[in-house]
Write a protein that binds this ligand. Structure first.
Ligand SMILES: [Zn+2]
Length: 123
């Protein structure tokens, strides 16, 4: 379909955003690698501070898991840019709403497919 020129400019900005998101996530994951490393139980922690350390480590791991998933989505969005398929829903192949891409440039699914996916997950 014919993309309106304003949308085309928006898409170009989003592709830029994807590249910087990828760089940010890679740097952040490298920087937080230590925080998620296993807690050394041999260290002279008190009972409470050891629990704190383990809780912090779990939070760091959960955050990293989310960032790793996001990085994968950003990478596959960039792969879709390469194939000229960026902005197209990977499920129904309709255009993804521009507002949705602005909010989440790595979004692989249109709102309809995303909602359907979330409904099926909740079941
Ligand atoms: Zn769709």
């Amino acid at each position: 379909m014919q993309i309106p020129p304003t949308d085309l400019m928006v898409i170009e900005g989003l592709i830029e955003r994807l590249h910087s998101l990828k760089r940010e996530l890679v740097v952040h994951l490298a920087e937080t690698a230590n925080a998620a490393a296993p807690v050394d139980l041999e260290q002279p922690f008190g009972r409470l501070s050891r629990m704190d350390a383990m809780q912090q480590q779990q939070m760091a791991r959960a955050a990293r898991a989310g960032q790793t998933r996001r990085l994968e989505q950003v990478k596959s969005a960039l792969a879709r840019v390469e194939r000229g398929e960026y902005g197209m829903c990977v499920s129904c192949e309709e255009d993804i709403e521009t507002a949705r891409l602005v909010a989440k440039p790595e979004a692989p699914l249109c709102l309809t497919c995303q909602n359907a996916l979330e409904r099926s997950r909740r079941r």
